[in-house]
Write a protein that binds this ligand. Sequence first.
Ligand SMILES: [Zn+2]
Ligand SMILES: [Zn+2]
Length: 137
Amino acid sequence: MAKKHSGQCACGAVAFEFDTDPSFVAVCHCLDCKRATGGEAATFFGVPDDDFTLISGAPKAFHYVAQSGKGLDRNFCPECGARVFSSNLESFPGTVFVTLGSLDRPQEIAPMVEMFTRRRLAWATPLDVPQFENMPG
Ligand SMILES: [Zn+2]
Ligand SMILES: [Zn+2]
């Protein structure tokens, strides 16, 4: 049976699904997210890695050390180049971070916090959710 949530890369070669309703959905304005997405911020959320299921494709992992000094793998589609999820995070073991825009129904999940707001560009308007200058906690 298909899981509750599904997503894919831009060309559809890489597809995944999961059941967990995310409890942490962040809009992150940090410089790493800007570089990785090419946008002002990234919106992503955590899913337990025993729930996250790849259903097609073979994403390529790029190992990367974030500005925090912690390593992670950014996984992208080798066909279309779209970034789809991050895994093997030293700072969040057992959690895969999925980018909201990769979902088939992104309207079902909304941001709960904004973080690294000290890196938010002046033209970006804060959302009506808790704001954190750096990482929450
Ligand atoms: Zn693709
Ligand atoms: Zn970030």
